[in-house]
Design a protein around this ligand. Structure first.
Ligand code: NAP
Length: 254
């Protein structure tokens, strides 16, 4: 269903975690991929694993010139950009009243301004090609007010909003723009704060477990593909039901 054999996809933060799984799924679905990340060793090892249809480029998503170089590299290697996955991001947590202005700006610079620059960089080429698909990785924290996420949550709500604006402005150019909202997902980002895989390890969600990066990647692959040809401006929660509301198993009369 998620055939990507005619697509070239640029994936930021693609060296590990969710981005790396998106790269694996996309190559398995026939795409050519460019993995863009700060992490050169991991990125190069991944593209070596993926073979001829994968390349690595170093990219700091806050750097406008580096974005243009990454886009030019992708076109030089594979001729075009059909899909952009704005996945790079950093996660932080602290109370609103101890968050600093400097840190707040830094998080927004990577998680939100980075997405904006990426979208702006690829739009002209996608228009020339007659369309494209942009998938912005927001978060469950961009769908609800999650404690201790003032900078991270604000950035992810911003990504959700920017996605809708892109969808509205670019619809007639046949460029689809959608956001994906992972719940708690097992990756290097969350492993370092003690998140564990397995059934029953995450009672906060109706499904009782954290997600796997490959489960997020499946949703991204769908949105990149022509199977989602009439889907734009959507916010796809892939979160085990976390954002449906408080996980209270209450039954009337019991
Ligand atoms: P991850 O394992 O930390 O991977 C993120 C990648 O992005 C890392 O390789 C990181 O490199 C890179 N990166 C960070 N800043 C960058 C920059 N300025 N330019 C280019 N690359 C940069 O994280 P993940 O869990 O896979 O998360 C991927 C995305 O999903 C993020 O946007 C995150 O907010 C979102 N998300 C994750 C979860 C979750 O539970 N894991 C939940 C909701 C949303 P460095 O290590 O060098 O920083």
């Amino acid at each position: 269903m998620n055939d990507l054999s005619t697509k070239t996809v640029l994936i930021t933060g693609g060296a590990r975690g969710i981005g790396a799984e998106v790269a694996r799924k996309a190559v398995a679905a026939g795409a050519r991929v460019v993995v863009a990340d700060l992490l050169e060793d991991e990125g190069k090892a991944l593209v070596a694993e993926l073979g001829d249809r994968a390349r690595f480029v170093r990219l700091d998503v806050t750097d406008e010139e580096a974005w243009q170089r990454a886009a030019d590299f992708t076109v030089a290697e594979f001729g075009r950009i059909d899909g952009l996955v704005n996945n790079a991001g950093i996660s932080t947590g602290m109370p609103l009243e101890t968050e600093t202005v400097e840190h707040f700006r830094q998080v927004l610079d990577i998680n939100l301004t980075g997405v904006f620059i990426g979208m702006r960089t690829v739009i002209p080429g996608m228009k020339e090609n007659g369309g494209g698909s942009i998938v912005n990785i927001s978060s469950a924290a961009g769908l609800m007010g999650l404690a201790l996420t003032s900078s991270y949550g604000a950035s992810k709500w911003g990504v959700r909003g920017l996605t809708k604006i892109g969808a509205v402005e670019l619809g007639t150019a046949r460029i689809r723009v959608n956001s994906v909202h992972p719940g708690m997902t097992y990756t290097p980002m969350t492993a370092q704060v003690g998140i564990e895989q397995g059934e029953g390890n995450y009672p906060n969600t109706p499904m009782g477990r954290v997600g796997e990066a490959s489960e997020i990647a499946d949703a991204v692959a769908y949105l990149l593909s022509d199977a989602a040809s009439y889907v734009t401006g959507a916010e796809l929660a892939v979160d085990g039901g976390w954002t449906t509301g408080p996980t209270v198993k209450y039954v009337m009369g019991q």
